[in-house]
Design a protein. Structure first.
Length: 342
């Protein structure tokens, strides 16, 4: 079914879920790689994972919200018969609820992705007193921008008691406030992106490493330019009053943010530095060991009755397996060594 703007509902939902699948695969791979290499997860992993959960929640909400909105558009355009008053009120209420929840999921997802980068930088800046002070100031600034955006987001309905009142939140004055607030949202969001990108660069260029490697790390940290571009597109489409395109760009912005937040965990796969080569070697050994363990368990599970000779072989194999596991070099205690981006 196409709405009056000519964009199919199925095509819109398919576009939303394709990148969600990519973000999901990268999040799972990131978590697996960190677990195998570090044997634990850190705060940057937690923020990226929370961002992915929020992205999933946002797009599940969109999956229910978009069909309801298309149906309402068809009813108002006269291409679909109007339901009973009770059904119509329920439809409007479901759309209104989604319009309250979706912005909260959207902004929280974006800022969790930003905090994932900030907490990655903590391992780079650790040991620098001035660097850590700047890092804390950046965290406070980013958190403040998130708070300001949320305050403005819910202020458009007036007093808090009006948040559950569709008439108050959709009145002409509320719509006017909403459109006036969009440039401010954009400004604060872009400011926080630029802050996150710029934070590690001065220290990075003082480090003793090849220029090529510095450029590669800077490129990783500059990926937020992609989300800034998505934010510009979303703002333009909102101003053009094309709701279905705005929904698409809103979803794409969070999907791209989650994908970008997952990428630093894989930078060692394309780097030629000694540390990256060592991590690639450790990852291959860890994957080989896990694969070998799985095959051993499957082989033993297929033999319900064991002879004494088989049991003895199994004991020997498990003993060897234990020695091999303990021989894998564990990450050093200083996290900064493991958080070399390339």
């Amino acid at each position: 079914m196409n709405d009056q703007f000519g964009v199919s509902q199925a095509g819109l939902l398919a576009s939303i879920w394709v990148l969600t699948a990519v973000a999901t695969c990268l999040t799972i791979a990131r978590t697996l790689v960190r677990h195998l290499l570090l044997r634990r997860l850190y705060w940057d992993d937690a923020f990226q994972f929370i961002a992915w959960l929020l992205l999933l929640g946002q797009n599940i909400a969109y999956t229910h919200y978009i069909p309801a909105n298309y149906k309402l558009s068809a009813i108002e355009a006269g291409t679909e018969p109007k339901p009973s008053d009770a059904q119509y009120s329920a439809l409007v209420a479901s759309i209104f609820t989604a319009e309250l929840v979706l912005p909260l999921l959207f902004w929280t997802c974006l800022f969790c992705a930003k905090f994932s980068f900030l907490w990655l930088y903590r391992h780079i800046l650790r040991g620098s007193g001035a660097g850590m002070k700047i890092w804390w100031a950046a965290n406070i600034a980013v958190l403040a921008t998130y708070g300001i955006i949320l305050i403005g987001l819910f202020a458009e309905c007036g007093p808090a008691r009006n948040l559950t009142n569709p008439e108050s939140c959709t009145s002409p004055s509320s719509v006017t406030i909403d459109y006036k607030f969009l440039p401010m949202q954009f400004s604060f969001n872009v400011f926080s992106d630029l802050l996150v990108m710029a934070l590690p660069v001065p220290l990075l260029w003082r480090l003793h490493m090849p220029t090529r490697q510095k450029l590669a790390v800077t490129a990783v940290f500059s990926l937020a330019w992609v989300t800034i571009a998505m934010e510009i597109l979303r703002l333009v489409e909102t101003e053009n009053a094309l709701p279905e395109v705005t929904w698409l760009y809103t979803s794409l912005e969070t999907e791209v943010a989650v994908i970008i937040a997952s990428l630093p965990a894989f930078s060692f796969l394309v780097s030629d530095s000694d540390g990256s080569r060592e991590r690639r070697s450790r990852l291959r050994r860890a994957l080989s060991l896990h694969s070998g363990n799985s095959k051993t368990r499957l082989r033993l599970a297929s033999r319900p009755e064991e002879t004494n000779h088989t049991a003895s072989s199994r004991t020997t194999e498990e003993s060897f397996e234990g020695r091999y596991t303990s021989s894998i070099p564990l990450p050093p205690l200083a996290p900064s060594k493991e958080y070399d981006v390339v």
